[in-house]
Design a protein around this ligand. Structure first.
Ligand code: ADP
Ligand code: MG
Length: 477
């Protein structure tokens, strides 16, 4: 038995308060798969994970083989062929065994609804006809379920939600619509909901939803096949173009060039463009200024992390949607303790639900605490920003060495970042002025001075304000 196996058994027995032997084969499969899926989530892009891994269901666990299920044989073959080696490797790392099989015929708890995916509009009548009769492709996995109806609106996303609604009712009204916010705040959900609503309201339109990663893959493919026309058509022959996670354009100069041209063509024809990003356009390092200004030229709106009321409302909505029965007290417990983002919030709820169905029991507060204690601890750690994080993040942002930040040199390009680090240390941690002073080798008056000076600098200098905001956001992620 490998040490990984021992670790899993020891650690997780405590978490679920039952031994692996007690679990039936389905429960064991669910348990192991949740661990392996967590690992895959770390490795794969969000899109790949959502589309190909999140849709896999654990079926059973025989002596030395994990049986996984997906909707049909075709998909089983695809996932095995594409991710088989990776799944085997991670299964081995987690349990010390690597045998598994994936077969079709298992539906997800909820059947995805079809999303008509944009087809290239035809130039001739014949092609138009083909397009009309084309079987709508499915947007695999979770994306098919995202709609405005199951998007919970709270203070944090109200503006973005209204803007998304407005462009579905009147495409082109805010162009581009640029939605930004940290991971897990509902950006993908919102824009996919917009894609569904647009398609429902304007069946004649060609709506393209694509992750930035998909765009990149398409582009690379077009280079390989020397078929630039196909790529241009993919991007431009649309009525609405939605690109998710546009920050992934950073540093990809050729693709940015292509995207710039696409943007101009679509914009000049008043075709709606919707973009999501993990930060404001101007804060994406390695994005050409001309793209930044295009992206900022329409409506830019932020989704911030959900507050406790929204978190509770999301849990309640999920409970209704999926007919889950968890007591209000336990829901409040989750909403209060899992704060990082909605993805983790949903993960916590589903973990409890999985436990309840595995063990055929109801979840009381004590059990909820037991099962979620690891998640809650991770959440707490993520929330506590340390002085060390701040120093490292400020150094990274301004491309300085930590030693320069902590040193004495008074060059402006070092002294100002140093002040920012002191300011953020006071703002984001519970350390006192003398403690922060000690960390920087300064007296506490210097820190007090930084507290006064940094806001002044931010008021006077837009770049400085953006830098401080960006660093702060990065630290809270
Ligand atoms: P992002 O794209 O910002 O990283 P996602 O859209 O993928 O975030 O959201 C993560 C998860 O949280 C998804 O399962 C999504 O359905 C859910 N979610 C996020 N915000 C909401 C909301 N306001 N209402 C309902 N579900 C939400
Ligand atoms: Mg997303």
């Amino acid at each position: 038995m490998s040490s990984d196996t021992i670790k899993m058994r020891d650690g997780e027995e405590a978490l679920l308060s039952c031994s692996a032997d007690d679990m039936d084969s389905a429960a064991a499969a669910a348990h192991i798969w949740s661990k392996v899926a967590d690992r895959l989530r770390e490795i794969l892009s969000e899109t790949a994970y959502n589309q190909y891994i999140a849709v896999i269901v654990p079926v059973s666990m025989d002596e030395d083989e994990l049986h996984l299920g997906v909707a049909d044989d075709f998909f089983a073959e695809f996932v095995s062929g594409t991710y088989g080696a990776l799944i085997g490797e991670q299964l081995m790392a987690e349990t010390g065994m690597s045998n598994f099989k994936i077969t079709g015929g298992f539906s997800m708890p909820e059947e995805p609804i079809p999303l008509p995916v944009a087809e290239t509009p035809g130039k001739s009548g014949e092609e138009d006809q083909k397009r009309e009769t084309a079987v709508p492709k499915r947007l695999p996995g979770l994306l098919a379920k995202y709609s405005f109806d199951n998007f919970v609106v709270g203070d944090e996303n109200m503006y973005a939600y209204s803007a998304a609604r407005a462009v579905t009712e009147q495409p082109g009204i805010h162009n581009p619509l640029f939605i930004y916010g940290a991971s897990g705040t509902g950006k993908t959900h919102l824009v996919v909901a917009a894609a569904h609503a647009l398609q429902a309201e304007h069946p004649e339109m060609t709506i393209r939803y694509s992750s930035c990663e998909d765009v990149l893959n398409h582009y690379v493919e077009s280079l390989r096949n020397q078929n630039g026309a196909e790529f241009r058509s993919y991007m431009r022959d649309v009525d609405v173009l939605i690109i998710d996670d546009i920050h992934q354009l950073a540093g990809k100069t050729q693709l940015q060039e292509q995207f710039f041209n696409t943007f101009n063509v679509l914009y000049s024809c008043n075709k709606q463009i919707i973009l999501t990003c993990d930060r404001q356009p101007s804060e994406v390092q390695g994005l050409e200024p001309r793209l930044v200004s295009r992206f900022e030229s329409g409506l830019t709106t932020e989704i911030t992390a959900p507050g406790v009321e929204t978190r509770l409302a999301i849990l309640e909505a999920l409970q209704d949607e999926q007919s889950i029965s968890i007591s209000p007290a336990v829901l409040t417990f989750i909403a209060t303790n899992i704060t990082a983002n909605v993805r983790r919030l949903k993960g916590a709820l589903f973990r409890l639900v999985a436990y309840a169905s595995m063990m055929h029991c109801t979840i009381d507060m004590k059990k909820a605490e037991e099962i979620l204690h690891k998640l809650i601890e991770e959440d707490r750690v993520a929330r506590v920003v340390s002085m060390e994080n701040i120093i490292q993040e400020v150094a990274r942002h301004f491309e300085l060495h930590v030693s320069e930040l902590l040193g004495d040199r008074r060059l402006r390009n070092i002294a100002e970042p140093r002040m920012i680090a002191m300011y953020l240390a006071r703002k984001l941690t519970n350390h006192s002025f003398p403690e922060i002073g000690a960390a920087f080798g300064k007296n506490h008056a210097t820190i007090m001075n930084a507290m006064k000076k940094v806001p002044e600098l931010c008021n006077a200098n837009e770049d400085m304000r953006r830098s401080v905001e960006l660093i702060e956001r990065q630290l809270k992620k």
